[in-house]
Design a protein. Structure first.
Length: 343
């Protein structure tokens, strides 16, 4: 029903505008008596066999919503009705910011993909905290954090620290987003020596808390083997809790979209089916070459149950969807969980 009727209608509109219209619609429907219950009866699967325990957290199922969809933590309670095992909010920066100029979100329909250059647009730490205070405890929440665009290089770490301290009471795990291609000074955020400095600073804050929260690093799918080896070394040196593989890609390989269209769109991060194999390859390399020394959350191009199984077979412990959720609808979550029970 979603792909036959709902998606064609949604795709008639500008991607960013319809995103917020859809948010309002979901929020409205979940306030209608019994609708939330109906959504849960359709999409949720409750089965102990789906549970996964990682870094001290028990997830009801291994299918999560990736960061970027609910940036400002305004819809996580409603999204829980669709069967997710966890939801990652953000990327959150200390101060609210508009992000990059519009138009900045583009569908590649023939490729079942999306290009975005949003630029960490969000309402800022304080507003997100107020939203998270409304958490009804339905599922695990991750906090994806980053730096403000205008922050000078000597204060990058301070931005991450502010977000960590502010969100600590309200999220179950943290993700250091250092791999988004749509923010400035991308190079420094991928420098190993700086990452050690950043991770150490956040871990120091974490150790001061009564309850420590897991900290993960989100990496790009475009890293070469030498860079991936550095990630493995980095995890070993810092004892960070895990890795999310992967973020969006700057590649434009083997796309059906015309060169003219891609030129009109311009720069941005590519997500969806076109980066499926790229992401899975990164997961497999990390898992094999580290002897599965740390947890991996696999994301990138999951549009079917088999795509999710492929990520897990490659070494992912949990998976996240975003573009697949847009193209395939909420039924994708149930399909993945059903496949996991029968696989």
């Amino acid at each position: 029903m979603y792909k036959l009727f709902i998606r064609p209608f949604l795709f008639l509109f500008d991607p960013e505008k319809i995103h917020y219209i859809t948010f309002s619609l979901i929020r409205f429907l979940c306030k209608v008596p019994l609708m939330a219950l109906i959504f849960r009866s359709i999409y949720k699967i409750e089965d102990k066999r789906l549970e996964r325990t990682l870094f001290g957290i028990t997830f009801k199922n291994p299918v999560g919503l990736a960061a970027g969809f609910d940036k400002n933590a305004v819809l996580f309670n409603e999204l829980a009705n669709f069967g997710f095992g966890f939801i990652e909010i953000g990327t959150v920066t200390p101060l609210g910011q508009e992000g990059n100029p519009k138009k900045r979100l583009f569908r590649l329909k023939d490729d079942t993909g999306i290009i975005n250059r949003m630029g960490f647009n969000n309402d800022g730490l304080e507003i997100v905290i107020q939203q998270l205070k409304k958490n009804k405890g339905k599922l695990i929440i991750g906090g994806n954090i980053g730096k403000n665009t205008q922050t000078s290089s000597e204060h990058y770490t301070k931005d991450y620290e502010l977000c960590f301290k502010g969100l600590h009471p309200f999220v179950d795990y943290f993700v250091l987003n250092v791999s988004c291609p749509n923010v400035g000074s991308h190079a420094k955020l991928n420098d190993k020596s700086y990452l050690i400095e950043l991770i150490s600073a956040i871990q120091k804050l974490n150790n001061q808390e009564i309850i420590q929260k897991p900290i993960l690093l989100k990496i790009a799918p475009d890293l070469n083997t030498n860079q991936l080896d550095e990630i493995i070394e980095l995890v070993a040196e810092t004892n960070i809790d895990g890795v999310i593989a992967s973020n969006t890609s700057i590649t434009r390989n083997n796309l059906k979209a015309s060169d003219r269209l891609l030129k009109e769109i311009g720069n941005g991060g590519l997500s969806g089916q076109p980066i499926k194999e790229l992401s899975t390859k990164v997961i497999r390399y990390l898992a094999q070459n580290s002897n599965k020394a740390f947890p991996i959350i696999g994301v990138g191009g999951i549009h079917s149950a088999q795509d999710a199984l492929d990520k897990i077979d490659a070494g992912a412990d949990l998976v996240q969807i975003y573009t697949g959720f847009i193209y395939e609808g909420p039924g994708l979550i149930k399909k993945i969980n059903k496949a996991l029970l029968t696989n």
